[in-house]
Design a protein around this ligand. Sequence first.
Ligand code: HEM
Length: 431
Amino acid sequence: MTERSEQQDAPSDDAAPSLAPAGLSRRGLLGLAIGSGVAGLAVGAGAGFAGGAAVARADQSTEPYAFFGVHQAGITTPVQDHLHFASFDMMPRTDRDDLVTLLQDWTYAASRMTQGLDVSATGAVSGDAQTPPDDTGEAQGLAASGLTITFGFGPGLFENADGDRYGLASLRPVGLQRLPGFLGDDLAPDASDGDLCIQACADDPQVAVHAIRNLSRIAFGRAKLRWSQLGFGRTSRTTTDQATPRNLFGFKDGTANILADDTAALDDHVWVAASDDPNWLQGGSYLVARKIAMIVETWDRVRLAEQERIIGRDKGQGAPLSGGDEFTEPSFKGSSIDVNSHVRLAHPTLNDGVRILRRGYNYVDGNSALGRLDAGLFFLSYQRDPEQFVTLQRQLSTDLMNEYIRHVGSGIWAVPPGAAPGSYVGASLFD
Ligand code: HEM
């Protein structure tokens, strides 16, 4: 089943269950007219809107992805072409109400933007001319563009050096801890960690950036942007009908990924189950982000046969070096696939059956003074338990590819289940 069919459309405002918005004080600082109580949290394609004319920004070329549903969108959703990923820290002296209202406000705005709407009913141009507009406006005229917005909670939200700021310490999933150090890690604090994360994916880069910019603005006074990353050119596929894209080493990436219609694999390897702890995370997942710099200039001087030996697949078709086509299972008998090739070390047969759902993007952050591209893979993976990533990354310590890559950023977040219409993302944590 695809994500699209698992997601539910939001009901009309009339059908929205009661949800009392608490403490909207900081929102007032911005003068945002968003989240007008119960009606404010019930938006979606075709929904009526209280308090002003809601204008879709442009003709939708494709149906937008529903925001509300069992799982958050943006995990099994067909991987879009562009990414803007952002990590936030809660501001000092914020309390539990600030956190809850932030999540409610983010839910409201995200549920609108994913439908191709401005963040509020008055949006970019329909508000009071004497106050700053609620919406920053750069997505005017653009369609929803397949936008999905996925929220995650980092270890520091539950407990950090300041203690149990929000009364959540006892609810922290045991596995939600900073990832252990791995061989060769060269992590920069300004590309790592964060109390909260937002993954915005869209087929138009401006739509993804607009989403992060507006969510960041809404967070004013409550949470502050810690770091963010732009990505282009997806490096995986999550549905059978998506072609396998290529990463910046020029190889097909995403061939052996977990796909949206493989519900058994999703249940086994991606979704937190009812039998897992904690209960509030059931239907959610864990997100690992690794910013991996790729030394492309060195790679580009490597012989083709050697590049293929390192990966374990051929560069043209993406077929395993043991033979067949792209989707033939690799055979590790004999010597055609090097024992330290990436594909062998990452394969389930060598990792007690461990699999993950990969959803990464290429990035280029300019260049160095020496004229080298600051380029790489912004690796994103979803798994039922962080141990799955740890197992794989430890196994990759002898990866032949390590000579050409460097892990420079890292983060882990618990990704709560999808919000029900009328509720907000993460509500189960505060019930
Ligand atoms: C810059 C870093 C990386 C590059 C360029 C890269 C590239 C690739 C390529 C080309 C493939 C083969 C095609 C495919 O099945 O998708 C692959 C497979 C895979 N990679 Fe990576 N990868 C990187 C980092 C990682 C990391 C950090 C992990 C996990 C810790 C990982 C896990 C996997 C897995 C699980 C597979 C599928 C193995 C299989 O079942 O056949 N990769 N990767």
